[in-house]
Design a protein around this ligand. Structure first.
Ligand SMILES: [Zn+2]
Ligand SMILES: [Zn+2]
Length: 142
């Protein structure tokens, strides 16, 4: 059985079967082409919406170690460009959870709300006032 011919992609450097290349002259494999197109589209969208220069999302992403600036977790989907909703200032890349729920819906750009949230988690008012009370589902598991 003849092994299928492979060719090295100039971008990912993988040796891939020829069927992953659009033509015999193609330098990049179809996976890389698709990723490049999607990156270019994203770069354009980010520059139109947030005023980042092409490639700046990638610079910021790399500087943040590919992680959300808040929860420090990495996500499969792209991180959101967080911006100040009054001034438009770009602040960080954050995952959708942190950006949408924590910053936009919850704190609505007020850092004092986030500080209060941290204080309330570390020093719960209900514990202080009522003593230990437990959510009913957790009663038996204690
Ligand atoms: Zn490739
Ligand atoms: Zn996050």
């Amino acid at each position: 059985m003849a092994a299928s011919k492979t060719k090295q992609c100039k971008q990912c450097k993988k040796n891939r079967s020829e069927r992953f290349f659009r033509s015999p002259k193609a330098r990049y494999c179809s996976t890389c082409l698709k990723a490049n197109r999607s990156r270019a589209t994203h770069d354009r969208r980010v520059s139109e919406t947030y005023g980042l220069e092409p490639g700046e999302y990638a610079v910021l992403f790399a500087a943040q170690g590919g992680k959300c600036a808040i929860c420090k977790e990495s996500r499969r989907e792209r991180l959101s460009v967080d911006h100040d909703h009054k001034t438009g200032l770009v602040r960080m890349l954050a995952c959708r959870r942190c950006n949408n729920y924590l910053l936009a819906k919850g704190a609505r750009d007020r850092p004092e709300v986030l500080r209060a949230a941290a204080d309330a988690l570390e020093n719960p008012p209900a514990l202080r006032i009522l003593g230990e009370r437990y959510h009913i589902d957790f009663k038996d598991s204690r």
